[in-house]
Write a protein that binds this ligand. Structure first.
Ligand code: NAD
Length: 340
């Protein structure tokens, strides 16, 4: 039934059903790294849920998926309380949504049309979000996002990843938090599946779930046998949160310390930023990239504007993820039995 034609009773019933279904899908995806449905199907449920909620705000459930992030930490792992919440990102599904995002930012900050807004566009890596805490320059704790407040302690597993520095020279402060995405390259994913085929083990469905399953192992030796990689996308300094004036400056620092950072595209021109999305989508379909991406993340570059914009529900107001349409190949691959 179109949302506009729902009665309040029908809406209440459907919101309850969607909340339960999305929670089930979240558990399969985040806790067991083994999704029941493809991302496009999942995203449609969330959109429908949001549309019903906007029409019937009084019916929003306390357990609504619009206010939840990820899923609770799985049993077996020690828990890590995040120093500040690890949230999600709001999604844009077409150019109009991105234009509306910029218009919202302009309204919120009270900026006139003549004032330009600089955005950083970077590929949205389709991996597993991870938080790394460095104390006195040494990697001390690594955690998954979990439910956004509490994550799983994966410190020993992360220490087996060769692609990230275990110590940092000249850290800017006693405590630093670096967040990023753990992923597997296409080549490593294929090699892993070839080895599993030979060993007559079930094949892994796709690089994202293979990376998540490899990292979230209770035995770090299994993680060590998987060639996981890490892209960093944020750096927070505990006692000096306004140290970096822009997102760009913090990424340069991360790269200087030896973290892999995908070079972002910076511009004030929305048409150029949208062309970057179109170009990346072609590259991704043409297999020019050796890792999976599922969209482009646009972030406001100025840190003081990010601070003023803050957060709403489960996402920052200063960023948006413009997703790519789901790829056919992923659906086919997901039909393979998954067991990590
Ligand atoms: P998300 O993956 O859409 O976006 C937030 C995450 O993007 C952040 O946590 C961050 O780790 C990551 N990210 C990647 N590149 C980044 C960059 N350059 N800058 C900043 N962040 C970057 O968030 P989510 O809440 O985990 O997402 C839900 C997505 O996962 C949905 O879009 C859905 O497609 C998929 N999902 C699918 C199922 C399923 O059953 N198929 C279930 C749950 C979620």
């Amino acid at each position: 039934i179109p949302v506009g034609q729902l009665t309040a009773d029908e809406a209440a019933l459907e919101l309850k059903h969607l909340s339960t279904l999305i929670a089930e899908y979240d558990r399969a995806y985040y806790e067991f790294d083994s999704p029941f449905v493809d991302d496009a199907t999942y995203d449609k449920l969330r959109i429908r849920n949001k549309e019903i909620e906007s029409r019937f705000p009084l019916l929003i459930l306390p357990e609504s998926p619009s206010y939840r992030v990820g899923s609770r930490p799985a049993k077996g792992f020690s828990k890590v309380l995040h120093r500040f919440p690890m949230l999600s990102l709001d999604n844009a599904f077409d150019e109009e949504d991105v234009r509306e995002f910029v218009a919202r930012v302009r309204r919120f900050l009270g900026l006139g049309e003549e004032e330009s807004i600089e955005l950083m566009a970077s590929p949205k890596i389709d991996g597993l979000s991870c938080s790394l805490v460095y104390i006195d320059g040494q990697l001390k704790t690594a955690a998954t996002r979990g439910d956004g407040e509490t994550g799983e302690d994966i410190t020993q597993n992360v220490k087996t990843i060769a692609d990230l520095p275990h110590s940092i020279d000249n850290p800017l402060d006693k405590v630093l938090e670096i967040r990023g995405e753990v992923y597997l390259t296409h080549q490593d994913f294929q090699l892993l599946n070839q080895q599993r085929e030979k060993a007559e083990e079930p094949l892994l469905a796709n690089p994202r779930n293979a990376a998540a399953g490899s990292l979230r192992q209770l035995d770090p030796q299994i993680t060590a046998s998987r060639p996981l990689k890490f892209f960093a996308y944020s750096l927070t300094i505990d006692d000096n949160p306004s140290y970096f004036k822009t997102n760009e400056e913090s990424l340069k620092k991360l790269a200087g310390w030896g973290f892999s950072v995908v070079p972002p595209f910076k511009s004030c021109d929305l048409d150029k930023l949208l062309a970057y999305h179109a170009d990346l989508e072609k590259k991704r379909s043409g297999s020019e990239l050796d890792f999976d991406i599922d969209g482009v993340v646009y972030k406001i570059n100025r840190s003081d504007w990010q601070d003023r914009l803050g957060f709403v529900a489960r996402a920052p107001r200063w960023a948006i993820a413009y997703k790519f349409p789901a790829e056919q190949a992923q659906t086919t691959l997901r039909q393979i039995v998954i067991q990590v």
